[in-house]
Design a protein around this ligand. Structure first.
Ligand SMILES: *Cc1c(COP(=O)(O)O)cnc(C)c1O
Length: 219
């Protein structure tokens, strides 16, 4: 199927209140422009350098989301233009994002990335850490960021019950933090599991290969 067919097919499956982040990592600017021309405005990349190279070549009304692990010393390369950092996984990183956003007199949207997968994963906050950070944020500690929600990734498995169980852990935390102060975004679900994520309450999904085709890392 073409990119256009893929994109229209995904859009058809999405409830109107679920946001689609088109994950364009490893794909060329021409493919991003093609999806942009179909009306898509929110794109996700997982590497700072790749994003910083693509950014100047594409329309300025794209909302860029960073979805991959971010090292503190690289925040400065995207602070001027990034819309949302979905992969905020430590207090140190959040402090750095807050500082760099301040330098540019702007605020950056942040999602707390929470570890929900049973499999060993390197990145993500523990549930308690996420709660503590949200409380600090509500106490005004990070004035140049807006914590808009949570992001999580389920275990890479065929076991739908396992995936569902993990998404529901994040949904429960989302509901709990939402009572302290409302959050907008529950980002979970990728090409293979987004229907389950939506069932579990996702408000935003991150879809790459189902739109752009398989990634070729050999190039
Ligand atoms: C690559 C990536 C996606 C998209 O993955 P697909 O399986 O291609 O849809 C979503 N979220 C994160 C964090 C990613 O790194």
């Amino acid at each position: 199927m073409s990119i256009q067919e893929n994109y229209n097919d995904i859009k058809k499956q999405l409830p109107s209140d679920v946001q689609l982040v088109a994950v364009s990592k490893t794909h060329p600017v021409s493919a991003i422009q093609e999806v942009y021309d179909l009306g898509q405005r929110v794109f996700g990349e997982n590497k700072v350098q790749e994003l910083a190279e693509k950014y100047p070549l594409l329309p300025k009304d794209i909302q860029w989301h960073l979805i991959g692990h971010l090292q503190t010393n690289k925040v400065k390369y995207i602070a001027e233009f990034i819309d949302t950092i979905q992969s905020a996984d430590s207090e140190k990183l959040i402090m750095e994002i807050n500082k760099e956003a301040g330098k540019h007199n702007r605020t950056i949207n942040v999602l707390l990335q929470v570890k929900i997968a049973e499999e060993e994963t390197k990145f993500g906050l523990e549930i308690e850490e996420a709660k503590n950070l949200y409380r600090k944020y509500l106490n005004g500690e990070f004035p140049n960021i807006v914590i808009t929600g949570l992001m999580g990734m389920a275990t890479f498995t065929e076991d739908r019950d396992q995936i569902k169980k993990e998404f529901l852990i994040l949904k429960r935390l989302f509901d709990e933090l939402n009572q302290l102060q409302p959050l907008q975004t529950l980002s979970m679900g990728m090409s293979d599991d987004f229907p389950i994520a939506i069932e579990c309450g996702a408000t935003s999904i991150r879809v790459g290969s189902a739109i752009f085709g398989r990634r070729d890392y050999s190039k």
